[in-house]
Design a protein around this ligand. Structure first.
Ligand code: ZN
Length: 476
């Protein structure tokens, strides 16, 4: 109801009295600018093309309208203009391997929101969660405005992951009681689905879809036949399939041959060094660590069986997330605690660090496509969490990728790795894609460390400044 209409109704006495006073002229709010133009920056669009200096990037709503040289892209009349001369515009970064949901003293509530803000402040505008409860994760994340896009994968594992493992183990520190790995996972609030050979793989796919997952993450205790059946069923439904390397008893060769879209963890290529029968005896996570600690070395990383699997991955387009930063963090933690008896876990981490770097180098050399998933967790001391930034530094410093190649692994190729909607909607700065952008004050193509110079982050057309995100204040 307008004021004039109110004054015309005599029964509304109070309002009629108010109408007698001189009225302040109503000033309409300024029209919401329909578009934003980032002008003058050097544009690296993530498509593989060379950077464009003095570029214009126009965003309307949540989409990129146009991006290119000043002559190709016109600034629309009335657009909000962001002057970015001397700065660098790149696609929003993608971490294709995170774990955000931890119910045990972790990120169930406030800490999750802080982690999401921190990811956004680092320029990470999309993540794929590789282990979680998709329903719980997606509903919790939807409560936070300042957050990257989150895609969730559904964990799948075989019977032994759920039922084997309860046992007493004699260690240097006495008897330790272990439980089935699935139970530990469920305590975190995660919800792996059980699949056993002979069961209907379509039921797994339907359950994953029902939970809101966009793909399957095969996790453990699955044989090569199960891997093939699950992969085919998921692909029929248009869902990508990624897997832990290795799956006990299926190894990475089996995963690649089955047509899986990608595998994670460089150290998992140790599975190629064992026969299918040997792998089938490894029932618990501890078993895998113990045999990896013995078999994985800088020399065995170049074993012909491993090279054959890497060649198969390159030929079939099986993508690879080495997750080197997560191992490095574990290594640093063990290095800091020198006065102790080394455990199997420590021996595993030391072997995995050296072996994993060699594997990642071989993978790159042989043309395997890399996605820069970090295995970041939204839990525990911040300094001890793997990060996309850390993974990219390792890809440059230890694997000798150029900064440009490393950035492609965290933009265009990470979007491909996630697949589904993300594959065509994020990862590059192209007309029609989501306006997910990062503006930097220093050139990341010169030095990957310059990713720490984030000036602003745009997600779906909305602008955030790192300082404000970290201070908990948002800016529209
Ligand atoms: Zn992980």
């Amino acid at each position: 109801m307008t004021r004039l209409a109110s004054c015309a109704v005599p029964l509304l006495v109070g309002l009629a009295a108010a109408c007698g006073a001189p009225r302040a002229k109503l000033v309409p709010p300024p029209p919401v600018s329909p578009s934003t133009a980032i002008v003058g920056a050097t544009l690296w669009d993530g498509t593989g093309h060379a950077p464009v200096t003095n570029a214009v990037t126009v965003v309307r709503g949540d989409r990129i309208l146009c991006a290119g040289a000043a002559g190709e892209c016109r600034v629309p009349h009335g657009a909000r203009v962001i002057e970015a001369r001397g700065q660098y515009l790149i696609p929003g970064l993608i971490d294709s391997h995170v774990h955000l949901l931890f119910l045990t003293g972790g990120s169930a509530t406030e800490a999750l929101g802080l982690d999401l803000r921190d990811l956004l402040a680092q320029g990470v505008t999309t993540v794929r969660d590789m282990g979680n409860n998709p329903v719980a994760l997606l509903s919790r994340v939807s409560g936070f405005e300042a957050a990257p896009r989150v895609y969730a994968m559904q964990l799948v594992a075989g019977r032994r992951f759920f039922f084997n493992g309860f046992r007493a183990v004699q260690t240097d520190r006495g008897v330790v009681y272990r439980q089935a790995p699935a139970l530990t996972m469920q305590w975190l609030g995660w919800s792996p689905i059980q699949y056993n050979r002979g069961e209907d793989p379509e039921a797994v796919v339907a359950a994953a879809r029902q939970a809101g997952a966009m793909g399957l993450k095969l996790y453990a205790q699955l044989d090569s036949v199960s891997v093939r059946l699950l992969t085919a069923a998921a692909h029929r439904a248009g869902m990508p399939v990624w897997g832990h390397a290795w799956l006990q008893p299926a190894n990475v060769g089996d995963e690649s041959t089955a047509g899986m879209d990608g595998v994670v963890h460089a150290a998992g290529l140790a599975g190629e060094l064992f026969t299918a029968e040997e792998r089938d005896t490894l029932v618990n996570d501890g078993d895998l660590q113990a045999v990896t600690a013995r078999a994985a070395t800088a020399v065995s990383a170049h074993d012909p069986r491993i090279l054959a699997t890497l060649d198969s991955m390159a030929a079939r387009g099986t993508m690879f997330e080495p997750t080197l930063d997560a191992t490095r963090h574990s290594l640093v933690a063990y290095d800091a605690r020198r006065r102790h008896v080394p455990s199997v876990q420590e021996a595993y981490v030391r072997a995995a660090a050296e072996f994993g770097v060699e594997i990642a180098r071989e993978a790159v050399r042989r043309g395997v496509r890399i996605s820069a998933g970090s295995d970041h967790v939204a839990y525990g001391p911040v300094g001890e969490r793997a990060s996309l930034f850390g993974e990219l530094r390792l890809l440059v410093d230890s694997i000798a990728l150029t900064p440009t190649a490393a950035l492609l692994a965290a933009t265009r190729d990470a979007a491909r790795a996630i697949g589904g909607q993300a594959g065509s909607q994020v990862g590059t700065i192209e007309a029609g894609r989501y306006a997910d952008l990062v503006l930097l004050s220093k050139n990341p193509l010169e030095d990957i460390d310059h990713l720490d110079s984030v000036e602003l982050v745009m997600r779906g057309g909305r602008i955030w400044r790192p300082g404000q995100l970290r201070a908990g204040i948002a800016m529209r």
